[in-house]
Design a binder for this molecule. Structure first.
Ligand code: AGP
Length: 617
């Protein structure tokens, strides 16, 4: 979850590292720190709070030096204190480390080191690893070159470690060098003409270079001056593959918007256009995907689909489940990746497995994928970040192509996952019983999505007014049916994560089985009530709420006629094809949660306790 950046080059390291950390802040923002090597010592600046605070401190007291490491923290071991902030130094002050991940057996290692008179100033697992490296470094033959000793001691230490890590290590004894290693936490090397930058995410690199090497689990990189060598834990050399990042710095900037989340909400028409581009057949009757790595026959032969994901991405999976079952008539299962990985669930032999992940680094999703692959299943990934761990380990997949999503609350990534899910249902449906006519109608609907989203975004001011009136409540219910039940879940999740309002979602008819007990004038309900075969049933549920004094916000389609006075607030979205309704219905949910959070004065892009990609279990 934490963001890490390392720099070795000819320029002042501190501003470059701090700029990188600023771009990585969505990974964690409890505290930030840098350690820069200069004149035979480490200059360390670290403090609780945001990177901007650290930038101010460093601006007042500039740090010289052209090699350094920096970290923005999402606390795991130990509270949010300066002592627990990274970088950490070894007892002798000669080794500095930053770490993203969790060392599960740190307590055992700590005991061992304490028995050898090591002491600790923090409660972190990272400081333990730092001293372990220092311990091994001192045991390496002094006759060896310091850089080789450092690499060997990092390797030896990591052999004792259980857990996940992306680390960067500096040593005063090898002032030209930086060692980095990864296991379960992402690490990317940016290769500039006269500098090397290492980071947990491309966002921190794109302002320096577009040329990157994605390190794999179990790999270490030794940076020496402007050269680097990659090797494995078994000391085998690895030939680096240099990839080109397609994102630019502008893609990751906020532009004129007040928050990334708002920018990303309004970017959706263009983002969805990108997600669809080149993905329809010439006769416009079906979808096509380049990277599935499956023949049409293999796909046709699949008797079942399984989707695993976390959070918002899981909601996209749940909508896709509904659409594939509805339009392709193939059974689909959907599971929390975090549960699937331990459930040892029996799976049908001809099941095609999908994971969905914006970041491609969510540890539970990765673990679910590996578990399915271990059982011999092919796993395809729906993923936004090119070169992410999920993308690299999947057997094939579909990129979302919506550019960097920085806001912690997922918006454009979610709607593009819904769009890809709808296209998948079409693709599989057309291989089975869906007619050319129905397929053509479906494609026309998909192609109309960007315009419908544009139209729906025009309700922003109306929704802002509603949000301002409703921001004082502390509990809300979100209710929808069929393909809109997962959208109700998403609406509740969005509200919870950025405004800290307690929100729950149910299929509308479920309220009478318990949740209706919550209803009173202080608990509003947001109903998704499109004109469809269950319209009258949802109206009945609304009446049950109304009868108990619960305020109602209705999100309804332009072809529906709500009974006069039933809803206290009405948001009208365009009537549209069932396959794209979840996308259109999501827009008011996003705007509502955004404006509620802003009205309550919450930090929309960096909600408390959260991080954008959850790389620890
Ligand atoms: C969404 O608003 C959340 N921040 C969160 O639920 C997120 O979708 C989840 O952590 C999965 O992330 P991923 O798509 O990067 O795997």
């Amino acid at each position: 979850m934490c963001g890490i950046v390392g720099y070795v080059g000819n320029l002042k390291a501190a501003p470059i590292i701090l700029d990188g950390l600023k771009r990585l802040e969505y990974r964690g923002y409890d505290s930030a720190g840098v350690a820069i090597m200069a004149d035979g010592e480490f200059n360390v600046a670290k403090q609780i709070g945001r990177v901007a605070g650290l930038q101010k401190t460093v601006a007042q007291k500039p740090i010289e030096g052209t090699r350094g490491i920096g970290h923005t923290r999402w606390a795991t071991h130990g509270g949010v204190t300066r002592e627990n902030s990274h970088p950490h130094l070894s007892n002798n002050g000669r080794i500095a480390i930053i770490h993203n991940g969790v060392i599960e057996n740190y307590a055992t290692i700590k005991k061992l080191l304490e028995s050898k008179d090591f002491t600790f100033v923090s409660e972190t697992d990272t400081e333990v690893l730092c001293n372990l490296i220092s311990y091994h470094f001192d045991k390496e033959p002094e006759t060896d070159e310091a850089g080789s000793r450092l690499l060997a001691s990092v390797r030896r230490s990591l052999m004792h470690v259980q857990g996940t890590y992306g680390i960067c290590v500096l040593s005063l004894d090898a002032p030209d060098e930086l060692i980095a290693a990864r296991q379960g936490s992402p690490l990317i090397l940016g290769v500039g003409p006269e500098e090397l930058v290492i980071a947990s995410d491309v966002a921190a690199l794109v302002s320096r270079t577009q040329n990157v090497v994605y390190l794999k689990d179990g790999e270490l990189v030794r940076i020496k001056g402007t050269t680097f060598q990659i090797s494995t834990m078994d000391e085998a050399g690895v030939s680096p593959v240099i990839d080109q990042v397609t994102w630019t710095v502008e893609d990751a900037d906020m532009g004129d918007y007040e928050h990334y989340m708002l920018k990303e909400i309004f970017e959706q028409p263009a983002a969805l256009e990108n997600a669809m581009r080149g993905r329809f057949s010439a006769d416009n009757s079906t979808a096509k995907f380049g990277g599935l790595n499956l023949t049409a026959n293999e796909l046709r032969g699949m008797g079942r689909f399984m989707f695993c994901a976390c959070g918002t991405a899981l909601h996209a999976g749940m909508v896709t489940e509904h659409l594939i079952e509805r339009f392709a008539r193939v059974p689909v299962e959907c599971d929390h990746a975090s549960e699937f990985r331990y459930r040892n669930t029996p799976l049908f032999t001809n099941t095609l497995f999908f994971v969905i992940s914006q970041s491609g680094e969510t540890i539970d999703t990765l673990a679910a994928m590996r578990e399915a692959q271990r059982k011999g299943f092919k796993v395809l990934a729906i993923n936004n970040v090119v070169g992410s761990s999920v993308a690299r380990e999947a057997d094939g997949g579909i990129y979302q192509h919506v550019g960097p999503e920085i806001g912690v609350a997922s918006t454009k990534a979610f709607t593009s996952q819904l769009l890809i899910g709808a296209m998948l249902a079409l693709y599989i449906g057309r291989m089975r019983d869906m007619s050319v006519r129905d397929g053509t109608e479906y494609v026309t609907a998909l192609k109309g999505v960007p315009d419908l989203v544009r139209e729906t975004l025009k309700t922003a001011d109306h929704i802002k007014g509603i949000a301002e009136r409703y921001s004082r409540f502390n509990d809300m219910l979100f209710l929808g049916r069929l393909e809109l039940f997962p959208i109700a879940l998403e609406g509740a999740l969005k509200l919870k994560e950025i405004s800290y309002i307690h929100a729950e979602a149910y299929p509308a008819a479920e309220i009478k089985h318990g949740p209706i007990a919550l209803i009173d004038p202080e608990c509003p309900s947001v109903f998704l009530v499109p004109q469809n075969e269950l319209f009258n049933k949802v109206i009945s549920s609304m009446q049950e709420i109304k009868a108990r004094g619960g305020p109602i916000i209705a999100i309804t389609t332009s072809d529906a006629e709500l009974p006069e006075g039933l809803a206290d607030e009405v948001i009208v979205i365009p009537a549209c094809h069932e396959a794209i309704l979840p996308i259109i219905a999501t827009i008011p949910m996003q705007l509502f949660s955004y404006y509620v959070a802003v009205t309550r004065g919450c930090d929309v892009d960096k909600p408390r306790n959260l991080a954008k990609s959850v790389t620890v279990e």
